[in-house]
Design a protein around this ligand. Structure first.
Ligand SMILES: *Cc1c(COP(=O)(O)O)cnc(C)c1O
Length: 328
């Protein structure tokens, strides 16, 4: 297979390498775990990159910090704004604090209290809105305008994409060459960055994305050649409830990703239990997507050395307990 080029894409290998230099000593170099049981079950050799053990509990710290560290001084002083009810909120809040920048995070008033508290705890000013009557983009745009703040989106941004890809540079440093890489997929920031890093460091690597069966917009988009928009999907993978893949991430996925497969909520819950029981890892449902594709036999890759990104571990304990004991 000839190596695909990176021309015309939003990011290339040099951007991911530069991001890795910025994150050096700031982001955790997360561990890579293996499991004999998982290898026996899949007939492959699996390497789990544990981004659930990253700062803020998810890979999103990488992209957020990289994007903020790239801002010129004037923009740094004015600060940053984001809207998110999930891991991006905490990633922006912590990155801003580390860089001495003010930050505002716009969150729905009914977001889990724990997440609101965590985001405040990292030093962000949290602005709450009513998701049924108010438009968060309008609120965000107004605050950005009034205070001259820079808006950092959760996935469709070159610096965010490049930052996320650093997880795979590290993974390949840690375990050597890979035959395949499997990555979960919401808006595609993680998958696009990882695909660039993988093709750069492991030419000939096969890269796959995994999204929830209830929200297979990227699978549909790849089949139809245009970005399909769907209704908010109902799935326990709350980090992958995006309605449309990014304008910048999609061309990367089209060129560098072999296929996108899906797993359902029952398969995600079983995989969450596997991580807890066998590997002693707390992984949130979205973080189980890539592993579930292998462990549930959706994506058979026998005989191959396969990198699996475990993307995050943030879940309320009550919810975690409920999903663990539910017998699918
Ligand atoms: C945001 C997120 C994803 C999806 O990432 P994208 O870059 O939007 O594709 C997957 N897992 C976790 C834990 C996340 O926080």
């Amino acid at each position: 297979m000839s190596a695909p080029g990176f021309d015309g894409l939003a990011i290339g290998p040099a951007d991911v390498e530069a991001a890795a230099a910025r994150l050096d000593g700031v982001a955790h170099r997360t561990p890579v775990l293996t499991s004999r049981t998982a290898d026996e079950r899949t007939g492959a050799q699996l390497f789990f990159k544990c981004e659930n053990l990253q700062r803020i509990g998810a890979f999103k710290f990488r992209g957020a910090y990289n994007a903020l560290a790239r801002l010129p001084d004037a923009q740094r002083r004015a600060g940053v704004i984001a809207f998110s009810s999930g891991n991006h909120a905490q990633a922006i809040a912590l990155s801003a604090r580390l860089l001495g920048m003010p930050s505002v995070v716009v969150m729905p008033a009914d977001a889990p209290a724990l997440k609101i508290a965590a985001t405040r705890g990292y030093g962000a000013e949290v602005v709450l809105y009513d998701r049924y009557t108010e438009d968060r983009e309008a609120i965000g745009a107004r605050i950005a305008r009034e205070r001259g703040m820079t808006l950092v989106p959760p996935y469709d941004h070159p610096d965010v994409m490049a930052g996320q890809g650093t997880s795979v540079l590290e993974l390949i440093d840690q375990v050597g060459p890979l035959d395949a890489l499997v990555v979960c997929l919401g808006g595609g920031g993680l998958l696009s960055g990882c695909a660039v890093a993988a093709h750069h460091r492991a030419p000939g690597v096969r890269v796959f994305g995994v999204e929830p069966a209830a929200g297979n917009d990227v699978q549909q988009s790849l089949r139809s050649g245009r970005r399909v928009r769907i209704d908010v999907p109902h799935t326990i993978a709350d980090g992958a409830q995006t309605q449309q893949v990014g304008a910048l991430t999609f061309p990367v996925i089209q060129r560098l990703v072999e296929d996108v497969v899906t797993v359902d909520d029952v398969q995600l819950a079983r995989t969450m239990r596997f991580f807890a029981e066998r590997m002693k890892l707390v992984v949130e449902p979205t973080g189980c997507l890539a592993a579930a594709a292998l462990l549930e036999g959706v994506l058979p890759l026998p005989g191959l050395r396969v990198g699996i990104i475990v993307s995050g571990g943030n879940i309320a304990l009550e919810r975690y307990a409920e999903l663990l004991v539910r017998d699918p």
